[in-house]
Design a binder for this molecule. Sequence first.
Ligand code: UDP
Length: 234
Amino acid sequence: MKFKRVLLKLSGEALMGEQQYGIDPKRLEQYAKEIKKVVDEKVEVAIVIGAGNIFRGMQAGKMGIDRVQGDHMGMLATVINGMALQSALEGEGVYTRLMSGIQMDQVCEPFIRRRAVRHLEKGRVVIFGAGTGNPYFTTDSAASLRAVEIDADVVLKGTRVDGIYTADPEKDPNAEKIDELTFDEALQKNLKIMDLTAFTLCKENDLPIIVFDMNKPNNLFELMSGEQVGTIVS
Ligand code: UDP
């Protein structure tokens, strides 16, 4: 396999599948099966999951809830998604640990870097919940941060498009796919790959990002097998 230790970022929205809200059990099962294929090849997999399918801090204002409170609600929602993904992976016979950036001992382990690395070394999939544990950040930033902390080889950003395009392919018919580019090129072209905090953390730590379509069957496995899948930023 191309990489030994990866940090897979999954957005909360991806878990909605065909639904308007919440978690689609079919999508969950599909993701668990895709992840199992690479775990079976001895790849160490850590996952950061978002919460756009349940709650985002930005929504809080409309409800008369302040931003910090809203961000905490968003972080708790990532733990809900993490628990669902954990169950789906266990259903496929994959050993997992859920670690949270906000302590909730009855539900999951606290995030302790050395312990997380140990779990990975033992072949367990580690799901990092509650983002960074801090408001005003995103789960993309949590993905970059945790990836650097556990010394991952790459951040795999699983999306519903098959890579980075010169323009939004869902809006512009002339948009062309880019196979690889540098961090500087991405910044110059103002390509929105991750928010700037997340992006900068990867750039400063020479941590490559691969954007790929997580919904395409077998795509994660093909990417890990060294095939040209998605777009690499390095
Ligand atoms: N969040 C936060 N700090 C973090 C990560 C997440 O406050 O370190 C909150 C924030 O309110 C965010 C929500 O959790 O809107 C869900 O995360 P995100 O929007 O990144 O989810 P995604 O877009 O990946 O589904």
